[in-house]
Design a protein around this ligand. Structure first.
Ligand SMILES: [Mg+2]
Length: 283
């Protein structure tokens, strides 16, 4: 019924014939398209899958924890045969290509303002963490423009312990949250993460959630792998258990191949599944 409602011609059949069934692919980058010990280059299988998706009229967003500079650097080195249409960076900012990467709408400005407010209100958390770091060692705060924006631990085991400490410290700050990925953790407002950034992109591009595919490998990908933000979810074989569990719950595709090869297999899976569903409707 949703298809009929949005159908410009009023003909469900012609609408289905022309419709790209995956309109937007949102892929994490590190650990999902490239391995941590890989050469950082695009695999032939992913190249083939993303070309087919683009030829069908689909769009591609790289949804990463990297900042814009490092995201651009990574994408350039990755060297996919087609460029991403969007870069979602720092697990919250939204950029589109317009003869250069430009902020998409007003989301990034609003996001920055809300984080300025948050950091004012939660300074005690960072002061305590700084004291803990000096006393215990094993982790370091990361600063940008003299403001603590996150931290890094010496090991992933230490991160497991530290996140529990941070949750305790933040008990009285309902808007405080964080995104974590291996030994990296970024402080953030609870409303800003890869899922809400993806949702804003879909709002701006008028893409229904039913047509969104998302793939990730780590904790910071969990928000965008929620059915609220992507109807088709996937992860490569090297994803952590929590991600595999989320993808399984959302009836997504857990690949037995690693990184970009796994994402390529998942894209192929959903392209074929959607083709079969379309043919069944048209039969
Ligand atoms: Mg990752």
């Amino acid at each position: 019924m949703a298809a009929q409602k949005n159908c410009p011609s009023g003909s469900l059949v012609s609408f289905l014939k022309d419709m790209p069934l995956i309109k937007l692919i949102s892929t994490d980058f590190d650990g999902t398209l490239i391995g941590f010990s890989s050469d950082g280059r695009c695999s032939p299988q992913f190249a083939e899958a993303i070309i087919e998706h683009k030829e069908r009229g689909g769009l591609w967003a790289v949804n990463t924890g990297r900042d814009l500079h490092y995201a651009m650097e990574g994408v350039l080195k990755f060297g996919a045969p087609v460029e991403p249409d969007f870069l979602l960076t720092n697990e919250r900012d939204v950029f589109r290509w317009d003869a250069g990467w430009a902020a998409h709408g007003e989301w990034n400005d609003r996001c920055r303002l809300r984080h300025d407010e948050l950091f004012e209100l939660t300074s005690e958390i960072y002061t305590t963490l700084d004291q803990l770091s000096r006393k215990r060692g094993g982790f370091k705060l990361i600063y940008e423009n003299k403001r603590p924006v996150g931290l890094t631990t010496e090991t992933e085991e230490l991160m497991e312990t530290l996140v529990r400490d941070i949750e305790m410290l933040a008990t009285n700050h309902a808007d405080f949250s964080f995104q974590r990925n291996t030994i990296y953790l970024r402080f953030c407002h609870r409303d800003y993460h890869k899922g809400s950034a993806l949702s804003e992109l879909c709002r701006l591009e008028n893409i229904p959630v039913d047509h969104v595919f998302a793939a990730g490998d780590h904790y910071n990908d969990l928000p965008m792998l929620d059915v609220q933000y992507s109807a088709m979810t996937a992860c490569p074989a090297n994803a952590i258990g929590a991600v595999k569990e989320r993808v399984t719950i959302s009836e997504g595709f857990v690949s037995d191949k690693e990184c970009a090869d796994g994402v390529a297999e998942a894209i192929r899976h959903f392209l074929e599944l959607k083709d079969a569903q379309k043919e069944a409707v048209l039969a």
